[in-house]
Design a protein around this ligand. Sequence first.
Ligand SMILES: [Zn+2]
Length: 128
Amino acid sequence: MKSAKVILTTALLLVTSVVAFAIPPAHRSGPGPALRTAESFKDVKPGDKLALVCKQCDTVTVQTVASKEEAMEFCKVGAEIVCGSCKKTFKVVTHGPRGKSGPGGKHTETRIVNEKGEECMFVTKLPD
Ligand SMILES: [Zn+2]
């Protein structure tokens, strides 16, 4: 009985180490997740690179942020964003649960939509 327990423990340890290897630190290298809240845009500093992914024309425009205000434009409701490639003008709107957090609330998500109200662009921060 004792040996069976040892085997079980060894197997468990093995599984644990496999799981540890299965989670690579990939999140540190690739572009981050889409920035959709004012909170996440607040982390953007001048000099950071943002990737503007336009689904309308399937291009990625890389923009170096000149100022904090410029970064905040992407999550300012009503702001207009022009795609550098197809030159279409999109609009920033709020998205998500209403009532829970009012306009400007921490958890208010923003979307960049076209004239039909479809999300057509998102912004992600590129690694340095
Ligand atoms: Zn475009």
